[in-house]
Design a protein around this ligand. Sequence first.
Ligand SMILES: [Zn+2]
Length: 97
Amino acid sequence: MTEQAIVKRRATGVMLGHYPYHYCGLCGKQIHWITTARWKKMPCELQLQQGNGKMTLVTNDGRVIVKAGPDVCGYEPHFGHCEEYKKLKKPNGGNNG
Ligand SMILES: [Zn+2]
């Protein structure tokens, strides 16, 4: 990353581990990026959520928790909320409930 890019990031008031807010390229909804523990960037919802035992959450420190319980707070991956993404990813006979 260039020095200029770092300065630019600081200027946008980015929190540690978070990337600046972006808009989903598919549906145009505002999202933000969290870098997961595996250095993969994950587009996430803006709203911090508490787990309900069913949802997948990405925590602030980049852990992806599947079936996050009430003891977990994090952000839902945007893919699960993106209607356009769901259209792209058509089910092919599978039973994804
Ligand atoms: Zn989207």
